[in-house]
Design a protein around this ligand. Structure first.
Ligand SMILES: C[S@@+](CC[C@H](N)C(=O)[O-])C[C@H]1O[C@@H](n2cnc3c(N)ncnc32)[C@H](O)[C@@H]1O
Length: 270
């Protein structure tokens, strides 16, 4: 088992498989659940945006979208348990069969929320699966931590109204968000971020672009620690960033918090 610099186990290989089976099979046992807990908050934000801006079908960018998980939950009104049942322990079915069945699912249930979904990820296989299935309307394969968007990517990002993420900030930070804002205007944002990742730098860089950020007091379970070793490493990281883990991470779970960022209307050019 390999750990990254923050003490988390590295799951990199499950993000780049041709289909989502390894992703869900690896995370089910750890009760990975942040997309499920995020869903009502994203739904409310999309509804608020539609009402405030009078846009019938806003475009939502999911940062670190992977296999289109947030989009699948929202557009098909599914639960994480539905997705675990769909992709775990299903034996010999191949990618093509899974895709056919997911395309059918999107045809039947894919209009649960009036929104377009665009994914941003560095994983080509995950984005391909999500767009071919129809969970995502479009996929931007880019690492905006390292480089500016290409002209084609700028066009893909131009109409973004909202930016959401679960489990991705930490891998992705201020550079990506600033580049998305530069490409798209003043999208509203909702990010679920592990408590071990300080949000200060992102808040400051969004602040320089005119954004105000609010952190909800509520905390959200992300997943269980995979082992006592992972927990102990993460407790060290939390103490290094001045976060008290008592009664939360000490009890065996990673916890995230929700950050909402908006640019007040008077500074908004759109
Ligand atoms: C922990 S997964 C979260 C996936 C999904 N949002 C969820 O909650 O299940 C993190 C995702 O971020 C992606 N990622 C890592 N670095 C990235 C970067 N620099 N830009 C965009 N995506 C990145 C990975 O490929 C992976 O799909």
């Amino acid at each position: 088992m390999r750990f990254d610099a923050t003490g988390k186990v590295e799951f990199d290989q499950i993000y780049t498989q041709p289909d989502p089976r390894a992703y869900f099979s690896s995370l089910r046992g750890l009760e990975y659940q942040i997309p499920q807990l995020a869903k009502p908050h994203f739904t409310a934000l999309i509804e608020d945006y539609r009402a405030a801006r009078g846009i019938d079908i806003p475009t939502v960018l999911d940062i670190g979208s992977s296999y289109g998980i947030n989009a699948a939950l929202l557009r098909c009104d599914l639960t994480m348990d539905d997705l675990y049942d769909r992709y775990c322990g299903i034996g010999e079915r191949d990618r093509a069969e899974l895709l056919t069945s997911d395309q059918e699912l999107v045809r039947e249930r894919g209009k649960a929320i009036p929104a377009r979904f665009v994914g941003l990820d560095i994983s080509e296989p995950a984005l391909s699966y999500a767009t071919e299935a129809g969970f995502l309307d479009d996929g931007v394969r880019a690492d905006l931590e390292r480089s500016d968007p290409t002209p084609g990517q700028l066009r893909q990002l131009a109409d973004i109204d909202l930016v959401i993420s679960t489990g991705s900030l930490g891998y992705v930070g201020a550079s990506t968000l600033s580049r998305v804002v530069a490409a798209s205007g003043a999208p509203w944002m909702a990010h679920f971020v592990l408590r071990m990742f300080p949000f200060d730098e992102i808040e400051a860089s969004l602040g320089a672009l005119g954004y105000e950020t609010v952190r909800l007091d509520e905390v959200f379970r992300q997943r269980r620690f995979i082992s006592p070793e992972e927990q102990s490493r993460v407790l060290d990281t939390l103490s290094g960033v001045g976060v008290d883990p008592s009664g939360l991470e000490t009890d065996g779970w990673f916890y995230a918090q929700l950050y909402l960022s908006k640019r007040p209307i008077h500074t908004t050019p759109r």
